[in-house]
Write a protein that binds this ligand. Structure first.
Ligand code: CIZ
Ligand code: SF4
Length: 319
């Protein structure tokens, strides 16, 4: 629509005028991902978003995603201004892991190495020995397991259980879940697979174990896009936020992508398989943030120093 065109032009002008770069997550709207691509920004998972933002020489980072992604950017680049289209965009994993309760849980298990998923607040990261994203989690836990360490893992129990199975590590799990991935149903995937037996099943391990078990490939968003390219299959059933279809379809224009069902009867619904918080990022509030400097992320200096350590461990980790 013409309205969107005008907004897009305005955002392009504002990015330039502010020496700003747009960093967008795979789960944001197509229009935002496309804008990030067209303006020299990046579209990525949270690990690559963090790396890109930290390396880029722009004075302002505009992070289209959810709150923890903006916080991570600020922790890694305190000298940069970090803006988000909205500060209301949170994550059920972050909300379900309050820092005080989490800290008490850690205190009760002092012998365990604390590994937290990136989808957490700065305060929770500050209590951790390691931060990991889903693209690096298995490698880091394998490394810690080989050193004989016992793990305390938070907050995603499905991802934690998956890593535990993959690595055999001794992991104590916090009871959190992603409201988007938790809705995928094994029965729905099986029914769809019965219709398209030649299709491969790609699953993000924030999904329940019963769904991950049906996967030809389980992995992070970036790993699933890579798998879409490498697998010989022409049809792919994909269990992760449908926002990923923008980049995945670009990567495999000739393949047919199916959204994994969030109901046992094979039906999908409009609000399922799409994160309501990612969906809060829009052209309007993105333009507004740049125009008015709203949605700026601040992280307390002392908290930042503590949260930086486990984040840097992740960024410096080599297999
Ligand atoms: O589900 C999420 O929020 C993901 C996949 C984040 C990430 O690591 O990119
Ligand atoms: Fe959090 Fe799930 Fe949304 Fe990702 S998709 S931001 S894990 S609620």
């Amino acid at each position: 629509p013409a309205e969107d065109e005008a907004r897009i032009d305005e955002i392009k002008r504002l990015l330039e005028a502010n020496n700003a770069v747009l960093v967008a997550h795979y789960y944001t709207d197509d229009a935002i991902q496309q804008l990030a691509e067209e303006t020299g920004g990046c579209v990525a998972d949270s690990l690559e978003m963090a790396r890109f933002g930290a390396r880029h020489e722009a004075e302002t980072l505009v992070v289209a995603g959810v709150r923890f992604m903006g916080e991570t950017a600020k922790i890694l680049s305190p000298e940069k201004r970090v803006l988000m289209p909205t500060l209301e965009a949170t994550c059920s994993l972050d909300v379900g892991c309050p820092a005080d309760e989490f800290s008490a849980f850690c205190d009760a298990h002092p012998e365990r190495t604390v590994v937290v998923y990136a989808n957490t607040s700065a305060a929770v990261k500050a209590r951790a020995d390691w931060v990991v994203t889903s693209s690096i989690a298995v490698d880091v836990i394998e490394h810690l397991e080989a050193r004989g360490e016992k793990i305390l893992w938070a907050p995603d129990k499905h991802l934690g259980g998956y890593i535990q199975k993959r690595t055999g590590a001794d992991m104590l799990l916090w009871d959190g879940a992603c409201i988007v991935h938790e809705e995928f149903k094994a029965k729905g995937v099986e029914d769809l697979k019965a219709l398209y037996p030649e299709a491969a099943v790609l699953v993000h391990p924030e999904s329940p174990a019963s769904v991950v078990e049906l996967a030809d490939v389980a992995g992070s968003t970036s790993q699933l896009i890579k798998a879409a390219k490498e697998l010989p299959h022409d049809k792919l059933i994909v269990a992760t936020d449908r926002g990923i279809f923008f980049k995945m379809q670009q990567a495999v224009p000739e393949k047919t992508l199916f959204e994994a069902p969030t109901a046992g009867n094979g039906a999908t619904c409009k609000s399922c398989a799409h994160c309501p918080w990612m969906a809060m990022n829009a052209l309007d509030n993105l333009a507004g943030a740049l125009r008015e400097g709203t949605g700026e992320i601040h992280v307390d200096a002392e908290l930042r120093t503590r949260a930086l350590k486990p984040l840097e461990r992740m960024l410096n980790f080599k297999r």
